[in-house]
Design a protein around this ligand. Structure first.
Ligand code: NAG
Ligand code: NAG
Ligand code: NAG
Ligand code: NAG
Ligand code: NAG
Ligand code: NAG
Length: 296
């Protein structure tokens, strides 16, 4: 009885997790979460700013294992910001832009993810062709601490410009798009205005993307077909093997049972209750047939 059971149940328990393991997507151990990166950048920008109080832009150093990501911060009086705007790295914020809620001073934290861009941000069916750059403004009225909440902008004049100079873009140029990127796969497409320049009305993360060629898309679809077919085929073979093994087991049990019956020459009904070999889950299905055969 025990043998029969173990032969029946254990493989299902072993095989099912194995199947899950085989076909679940494989994730790396490090997760690249844009929100936690922004939190880290905020923390280090605050530290850097506490050391230096002047209004000029300063570089923020991140932990060594993030090398390749550039961060800088600039601290401004809101009045000055309104009158002159600010022009740093790839961003141009024109005059007549107000932070809200209103603060006396603000710090603008700028990031360029460089070679880390595609780890943190992806656009389905598109390839990023420029590094992801971003800016966020915080309340900097308190000299020793940046506000935690990102400020928003109220634009009364021209919009904010983001330029990506010196890019060599491969791919279909007519599909070149500005993308605004966010956490959890947020993507918003904007048309590019002039030479590699994007327009925005607010803060965020931006890059340029070109649509992948159809061929590549088709190959990807094909890959999934092949994987799906392989999985299906494997499952089919597996269920075949399990079914066959079960059938063999049941049949050999049944034969052994029948041999025992004929040796004893006693009616099946009586022995099937008395003999410990016979009762098992897999026998339930076969017993009625036996009864019909033997009991007229
Ligand atoms: C800040 O970093 C950029 C790029 O790494 C560099 O070109 C620039 O000289 C740095 N500025 C200062 C003030 O250290
Ligand atoms: C960098 O190291 C810190 C610990 O020092 C770790 O928490 C973080 O995940 C690491 N980041 C990357 C991208 O390796
Ligand atoms: C980016 O480049 C720097 C060196 O410039 C390297 O240390 C770092 O590992 C690179 N990061 C990634 C994600 O490739
Ligand atoms: C911003 O500064 C760059 C050089 O630092 C300059 O080429 C560009 O024209 C400036 N943009 C505006 C709108 O002033
Ligand atoms: C500025 O921030 C520091 C550190 O968080 C805090 O101790 C201090 O009270 C704040 N000052 C003002 C005027 O809010
Ligand atoms: C972008 O350009 C395409 C074609 O030039 C046009 O069909 C589309 O409406 C534009 N989208 C926006 C948001 O301007």
């Amino acid at each position: 009885m025990g043998r029969n059971r173990s032969g029946h149940i254990i493989p299902t328990y072993v095989i099912f997790p194995l199947l899950l393991l085989l076909f679940s997507p494989v994730h790396g151990l490090t997760s690249y979460d844009p929100e936690s990166l922004d939190a880290l950048i905020h923390k280090h920008a605050m530290k850097a700013q506490a050391k230096k109080r002047s209004g000029t832009s300063l570089n923020v150093s991140l932990p060594a294992n993030f090398s390749g990501i550039e961060v800088s911060v600039v601290r401004l009086r809101s009045g000055h910001f309104w009158e002159r705007g600010v022009n740093f790295s790839s961003f141009y914020i024109p005059p007549r832009v107000l932070p809200f809620p209103f603060v006396k001073r603000l710090s603008i934290v700028y990031q360029n993810l460089g070679n880390w861009s595609t780890r943190y941000y992806k656009v389905p069916d598109y390839s990023l062709v420029a590094p992801v750059v971003g800016f966020v403004a915080y309340d900097a009225s308190n000299l020793s601490a940046l506000g935690n909440e990102a400020l928003r902008f109220s634009i009364r004049g021209d919009p904010i410009l983001i330029s990506f100079p010196n890019l060599e873009i491969k791919g279909k140029l007519e599909t070149l798009k500005c993308v605004k990127l966010g956490p959890d796969g947020f993507v918003q497409f904007r048309n590019i205005t002039k030479e590699n320049t994007c327009i925005t009305q607010g803060d965020g993360h931006f890059s340029l993307a070109v649509q992948n060629p159809e061929v590549e898309k088709n190959i990807r679809v094909w890959k999934w077909y092949v994987v799906g077919f392989g999985a299906g085929f494997f499952a089919l073979i597996l269920s075949g093997v399990i079914g066959y093994t079960t059938f063999k087991l049941v049949r050999s049990k049944k034969l052994r049972g029948m041999e025992a019956e004929s040796e004893n020459g006693v009616a099946l009904h009586a022995t099937s209750v008395g003999r410990s070999k016979m009762p098992s889950a897999s026998m339930v299905r076969t017993q009625p047939t036996l009864e019909q055969d033997y009991v007229p």
